[in-house]
Design a protein around this ligand. Sequence first.
Ligand code: SDX
Length: 434
Amino acid sequence: MGNDKDSITVIDNRNGRQIELPIRKAAQGPDAVDIGRFFHELGYFTYDPGFLSTASCHSALTYLDGTQGMLQYRGYPIEQLAEHSNFLEVAHLMLYGELPSREELDKFSGIITHHSMLNEALKGFFRGFYHDAHPMAIMVGVVGSLSAFYHDSTDISNPRHREIAAHRMIAKMPSIAAASYKHSVGEPQVYPDNSLSYTGNLLNMMFAVPCETYEIDPVAEKALDLIFILHIDHEQNASTSTVRLAGSSGANPFACIASGIAALWGPAHGGANEAVLNMLDQIGDVKNIPAFLDRAKDRHDPFRLMGFGHRVYKNYDPRARIIRQMCHDVLARLGDASDPMFELALRLEEIALNDDYFIQRKLYPNVDFYSGLIYKALGIPTNMFTVMFAIARTVGWVAQWMEMIGEHDQRIGRPRQLYVGHRQRDYVPIEQRG
Ligand code: SDX
């Protein structure tokens, strides 16, 4: 056995067997030990529930450093993209790997704009839901049904089909989101307006009514575009991993995105932005913060401080830092700077960040802690917050799906398990059971 510097040696102390496992070098961040031969050569599975130390794939899309609180899309720091770019330009970056030229961006924006209409037959689908259906339930159902309409872009072996499906998903999510919202408020659906920006169109489809002209607030349009940039992708989070696993079986892209929407909905993941507002509403006043922090620290109490903590970030989530600053600007410019909910959030953050329990566990505000406050200031109802997250994350999901499907050695994902159930036993006829 050589002592190759690009491998690790594993010795089984039960029988002295020894194997060398190659180390795969990262472009930045931790390298990875390739354990593909582990079971075949040593007869053991590796065990990592929650995937705390497991890289499920290689990817060139997003890099994050949880210790430094760093996030980069295709190598560009999120802070620079937030300051200088826009959602569709970053979407192009994620899909094609490079920032577009002016001509490329105009062409890409035009393609997305002209895919934003929904098949008219889908209107009946929305009407099939009760008015009080959660918009995420509608979105999961409608997105999952899209393959029933678009047979011309579901051959995943065809790169052109994959690209068209990606364009369609990015383009139609705002239309589906707005239609879900309109159904919940009993108002007529508003068609996309090709003269508007991506976020201007979303605001118009959500809030315009036939009886009067709707003026799109440029502050809201820009704030939504920025928040969407921050939510585009985030490495192999739960919903992205769900999309990749669904895609690994060869499922059509619309079904894969629907699986991602379902995973995102959980309050531990994308559903946290809605849960944060509900939590702040529950806390109600600064004087109640200590009691809620005590509950958050109590292992026997399922209450968690929503919008705090992260599997990877053990520092301030860089997206939360940007959104926090945006809160100040947006609330001030929308004339709601004194929003008591925002003041309460700032005090909660201040008290939590000085509490030993949170300091020791490196629990900081994450992207969901402040985003809901901006959505609320933009007039977006709480049950639409995760829908907003899903619109933006669709870019990351389709980019990750395209990256995976495009690999020549792509295989179905099929984790194993540590079996802890009964050993083999014989059937007992019911007459002989106790
Ligand atoms: C998103 O993965 C991603 O990248 C997700 C995301 C993305 O862009 O895709 O960033 C978006 O989902 C952000 C996270 C939104 N969720 C929330 O805000 C829900 C509240 N947060 C927690 O549920 C929790 O922090 C998680 C789910 C986010 C992370 O769960 P982990 O990794 O299991 O938590 P951990 O291992 O870091 O916890 C360490 C300790 C534990 O206590 P001990 O066992 O050490 O005593 O901290 C505790 C946890 O119980 N803890 C919390 C807490 N989060 C962790 N205690 C109180 N309140 C919290 N919010």
